[in-house]
Write a protein that binds this ligand. Structure first.
Ligand code: ADP
Ligand code: MG
Length: 504
């Protein structure tokens, strides 16, 4: 394979911290080269150097054997390097077409050339299977479509090396499949792709070679066929990670949650649920498998009292739920790891300690007179206890939580929700966006709760997570439960087909 890119001894310091230290990376023509590493390992920094956003403190870059200096993003474009950032950089006020041509030419001729440009773009889109609508404002298209616009934008500028920084983080499995098909077409044309991800299954599927970064340094580059999940995970986090082979339980006696023919917004296939009947037992994890947007959100909202079903019955233990309000559910010992921790779970501008006691303000150990006077000292002591117990990495419990990593934010949610020893936990995408170490931490804690007798309704679009944790698995498709399977040696193929609506 012919070498396209070589980065030698790349070093980048931010103040006293090495974000990258002596990193070596070789990317060949036509390969998918994955950068694998935990959050903070230095992946984005290295790529930002490559596209000229950062200047390295030290190190050299060679393209096709020739030393280059990439001192600006426009230089990177000239050299045929394009990047789709972790957080997209499209201009919201503009259409897809305007975004793609943005900055290419400022002269008036663009008005004359517009049609020709459009034609070129559509040809390119067609060639790589990038399904887009040029005239739509970017605010009106899905996340997956915005990503295709970013890719097209890079290709239209002549990218031969395309960097995709965590491109699947915000995608559903089906959208990710679409992205992988596009990547395959690019490499078939001998373009190279640097792919960043920490999802092992997809990394093993899409990569030709994998370079592992840890704490700013290169650990090793492996051929795909020499890699395997546990090995990669261990290399990535640098300590033995006992793979999540959790013991499954069966024979549940007591029910913590039961639903009988529960419906909400029945006519909608994507925002409703229809005749849902299910149970979650004491000390059991019921996992809901399904592609995002098949009613899972609504199911979680019913199970936490956020919405009132149009029909059907819900029982918490043997008690029929009469009033669907979150406070009632919290009062019945129901905890919730919400779908979006930033919108529903945590308040970014509040401190670690404030977030930790958010739900227990009226409790005697937190306040006097049901929230009238806060026991400040007691709160600080409690928060520090939680910081240690849940391994929340923050400078101080008075720090605002918005600057913490996703993993540490999720640990705060866990501490708050699990410390109350709930009888039912509704956990929605509990490890979404977390690196493998943090995800394992969340999983361990959930299993620990289960073993203490907590019933868990796990809703996740990450099929691996559902398989790993669930004692039973129910598949949701278009608002209905289309099958329930044992979590012990589950029929993976059959379940995948059911998730895609192809059940017999
Ligand atoms: N602009 C910056 N200023 C200061 N520190 C930074 C900056 N960008 C990244 N870092 C630090 O460099 C390290 C590597 O970060 P990053 O490259 O974003 O990691 P990754 O993409 O692998 O998650 C982290 O410790 C991060 O806090
Ligand atoms: Mg990054």
């Amino acid at each position: 394979m012919k070498e396209l890119l070589r980065m030698e001894n790349m070093t980048k310091k931010f103040g006293e911290v090495y974000a990258n230290k002596d990193i070596n990376l070789i990317v060949t023509e036509g390969e998918v080269h994955t950068l694998l590493g935990e959050n903070g390992a230095g992946k984005s920094t290295l790529m930002n150097i490559l596209i000229g956003l950062y200047q390295p403190s030290q190190g050299d870059i060679y393209l096709r054997g020739e030393k280059v200096k990439i001192d600006s993003p426009s230089k990177a474009v000239k050299l045929g390097i394009g990047m789709v950032h972790q957080h997209f950089m499209l201009v919201e006020a503009l259409t897809v077409f305007e975004n793609i041509i943005l900055g290419i030419t400022k002269d008036r001729a663009v008005f004359i050339k517009k049609d020709a440009m459009k034609e070129d773009i559509l040809k390119l889109a067609d060639k790589y299977g990038l399904d887009i609508e040029l005239e739509k404002p970017v605010t009106e298209i899905s996340v997956g479509a915005q990503q295709r616009v970013e890719i097209l934008k890079a290709l239209y500028r002549g990218a031969e090396l395309l960097i995709l920084d965590e491109p699947t983080a915000a995608l559903t499995d089906i959208e990710a499949e679409g992205l992988f098909r596009i990547i395959k077409k690019l490499t078939a044309e001998m373009k190279s792709v640097i792919f960043i991800s920490h999802k092992m299954r997809e990394v093993l599927k899409i990569s030709d070679r994998i370079t592992i970064l840890r704490a700013g340094q290169t650990i090793v580059t492996l051929e795909k066929n020499k890699a395997e999940e546990t090995k990669l995970a261990n290399l990535m986090i640098g300590r033995e990670l006992v793979s999540g082979n959790y013991k499954k339980v069966s024979k549940i006696k007591e029910h913590i949650l039961s639903m009988e023919k529960v419906s909400f917004n029945k006519s909608s296939k994507h925002n409703g649920i229809t005749d849902i009947t299910l149970t979650v037992g004491k000390g059991e994890i019921l996992g809901i498998a399904g592609v995002d947007g098949n009613g899972q959100s609504q199911l979680a909202q019913v199970a936490t009292g956020v919405i009132t079903p149009d029909s059907g019955k819900v029982y918490l233990k043997t008690e029929k739920v009469a009033k669907f309000v979150p406070a009632e559910f919290i009062g019945s010992n129901v905890s919730h790891i919400p779908e979006d921790r930033n919108k529903m779970g945590l308040i970014g501008k509040m401190s670690v300690k404030e977030n930790l006691v958010l739900k227990s303000m009226e409790k005697d150990r937190i306040s006097i007179g049901k929230g009238l006077f806060l026991k400040k000292k007691a709160i600080t002591v409690y928060a520090n206890e939680m910081k240690n117990k849940y391994d929340i990495r923050c400078a101080s419990v008075d720090q605002e939580i918005r600057n913490l990593s996703g993993g540490n934010q999720q640990k705060i949610v866990l501490a708050r929700e699990l410390e109350e020893e709930p009888e039912l936990l509704v956990a929605v995408h509990p490890s979404r966006g977390l690196d493998i170490g943090a995800a394992k931490y969340v999983h361990d804690k959930m299993i620990e709760s289960r073993d203490k007798g907590c019933g868990i309704l796990l809703i996740s679009a990450d099929f691996d997570e559902v398989l790993k944790l669930s004692d039973r698995i129910a598949v949701m498709y278009e608002g209905k439960i289309t099958g329930v399977y044992s979590g012990i040696n589950p029929p993976v193929k059959e379940i995948s087909l059911a998730m895609a609506g192809k059940a017999n």
